[in-house]
Write a protein of this length. Sequence first.
Length: 128
Amino acid sequence: MGSASAQFKTFMDATGKIWYGQGWKDKLAAGFTNSASQSGDKLNTLIQLAIFGAQHGMIWVSLGELPQNNSSASSPDTVNRLGSFLGAMAQSNNDQGPDLAPPAADRKTAEILGARVATQAARWVKGA
């Protein structure tokens, strides 16, 4: 409901010892979120995740893709169709199963974010 799930929040709240010991400092972090609504307050969820990462001293990796579904000539079948910058957003109709939802464009957006994190991890290791 407009934020990370209760289960994930429980996980976040249990990381106090890691935070105090700076166990995740300079680790890479990224986020993705999904809801049934086009907005579903997904940005709030990504902000919550990014702040959590920042509290742990983590390096946030953004999506890095321009929005592509913002003109009359564009299509909802494009990457980053929901126009996110902070992470990957997906929308899944609540009457469809995982074979149909989220749509292929959102799954491709998530793949791009995953590849971006992997690329940054490889760069991070080389620079260490």
